[in-house]
Design a protein around this ligand. Structure first.
Ligand code: HEC
Length: 467
């Protein structure tokens, strides 16, 4: 197929029969191979054309230099926006944290570069990314809904298997016949002229405007709904679009349910049953007594209040002491007469002791103090407040605590004693014993003399500074 045969003059008369002939926009020449387009581009370039372009399905080596493509300005957009992002982030954080809403946290400065750096970093990236995308769109003069070249059927093959040189009519040297001659000399397989799009065709596709209008109106609905809800308070539950896990078909403690005849959600234990893992057969371990509270109640020789099988005696046994004015000689505590164990029912090892120390510091030191003098942080704070309601915890070094059998101490820790709540539910049984082991060590530490110190440690002893 010779070049001249394939030349077609594309006129769009059928679209605008009465309109004046639209101006020429560009001329297109088609080439079959990368080699031929490169040779043609060399000629066009040497002939001194300036406003021309090559379209190929893939990058062709050497074209860039022929087209004299300058490197893009886009990195400057990125750099500028990134720097602006950093500055904005620092100023924003300084203003928010140090000026508008200063908030004193652990004595830290209101504004510091180190703390502000991560957000500055993020804002740098955010600004730079947006500016890069925006700059790319701007520099490419997008969005463009039409391009005169799209009118050519032939040109569509630029994305698959054909190569094109386009000389724009804006080139100062442009002249239809001259370009035609040039393309023919370059042995183009086809040459087309391309007409400028008239103003009406260059506008947005007709659907865009209605879509924008509809979307704009719909976008007003949520703010309108929010405004309506804000101005009309209601007793009904909130309107949930996404309920997540806000409503769960489950029972919560202390609630009612019609599922059960008595309406209670929390079910009492079925009579005669024990939950798995909760059986407490070893009275020494679980109650701190040589024989169990059941037997004690059965023997009844001590005339104590009934003791339940699971819980042990409740604190009620001492309430009388608080209600009545102190008698001159306090009545003997019936608890004192119970068969408390005097030995630890767990193995006494260094490991248990360490465990006990750790647990003691967690659970008990807040009130009783690290050394057991009854001067923990909570106690000190409560006494500072002088509200008159705080009972100072008993010192573990007091004689009556020192002399108590360990089983009785265990009972106090498990079920509570007078004002102190029980910790049986919080601390597993072995840990309670471990804590008591450490408590015993604390007591011992006050009364120890030189013989109790291992000989190798004696040289390291120091006199305490006199107060
Ligand atoms: C919330 C503060 C608080 C915590 C925590 C606390 N206690 Fe007490 N404890 C007290 C108070 C208060 C008393 C004195 C109660 C009274 O005399 O009414 C007391 C008394 C005691 C007694 C003395 C019992 C007696 O016969 O006089 C022992 C033993 C004891 N606590 C052990 C512990 C152990 C072990 C822990 C850690 C598991 C612990 N306490 C945690 C506040 C606390």
């Amino acid at each position: 197929m010779s070049a001249s045969n394939a030349i077609t003059e594309k006129r769009e008369k059928e679209h605008h029969p009465v309109a004046a002939q639209p101006a020429l926009s560009a001329m297109i020449a088609e080439f079959p191979t990368a080699g031929s387009v490169l040779a043609a581009a060399t000629r066009v370039s040497e002939a001194g054309w300036s406003d021309w372009d090559v379209h190929s399905p893939f990058p062709v080596h050497g074209i860039d230099s022929l087209l004299r493509i300058r490197s893009t300005k886009l990195p400057w957009f990125t750099l500028t926006a990134g720097l602006v992002g950093i500055v904005v982030a620092f100023v924003m954080q300084w203003w928010m944290n140090a000026v508008d809403y200063p908030f004193w946290i652990s004595g830290k400065p209101f504004f510091a570069l180190e703390a502000a750096a991560p957000i500055a970093f993020e804002m740098m990236i955010l600004f730079a990314a947006i500016a890069t995308i925006g700059g790319m769109i701007l520099l490419n003069r997008l969005p463009r809904f039409s391009n005169p070249l799209f009118a050519s059927e032939r040109f569509l093959r630029a994305t698959s298997d054909r190569f094109f040189i386009v000389i724009s009519a804006n080139d100062p040297k442009f002249d239809h016949d001259r370009v035609m001659q040039l393309f023919q000399e370059c042995s183009a397989t086809a040459i087309e002229t391309c007409l400028a799009i008239d103003a009406r065709e260059g506008r947005w596709p007709s659907l865009v405007t209605p879509i924008i209008v509809v979307a704009g109106v719909l976008a007003l609905v949520p703010p309108a709904l929010i405004a309506q809800k804000r101005s009309n308070p209601t007793d009904l539950p909130r309107f949930h679009v996404i309920t997540d896990m806000d409503f769960q078909p489950k029972f919560k403690p202390q609630r009612t349910s019609r599922l059960f005849a008595d309406g209670r959600v929390m079910r009492p234990q079925s009579a005669g049953t024990i939950a798995r893992g909760e059986i407490q057969l070893d009275s020494r371990l679980h109650q701190g007594m040589e024989y169990g509270s059941r037997e004690v109640a059965a023997i009844d020789r001590l005339n104590v209040l009934p003791i339940s099988a699971q819980g042990g005696p409740s604190v009620t046994s001492n309430e009388g002491v608080q209600k009545n004015p102190m008698p001159a000689v306090p009545p003997p505590d019936p608890l004192d007469a119970l068969p408390w164990v005097k030995e630890f029912p767990i193995s006494v090892t260094l490991k248990t002791m360490k465990r006990g120390q750790e647990r003691y510091n967690i659970y008990c030191s807040s009130c009783h103090g690290l050394a057991g003098d009854g001067d923990g942080l909570v106690t000190r704070r409560a006494l500072d407040l002088e509200q008159g309601t705080w009972i100072k915890p008993t010192s573990f070094h007091a004689e009556n605590v020192r002399n108590q059998p360990v089983g009785q101490l265990f009972h106090s820790v498990t079920n509570g004693v007078r004002k102190m709540p029980g910790y049986g539910d919080l601390i597993p049984v072995e840990d309670r014993w471990a804590i008591l082991l450490y408590l015993r060590a604390l007591q011992q530490s006050r009364r120890a003399d030189l013989q109790d110190v291992p000989t190798e440690l004696i040289p390291s002893l120091q006199d305490l500074p006199k107060e």
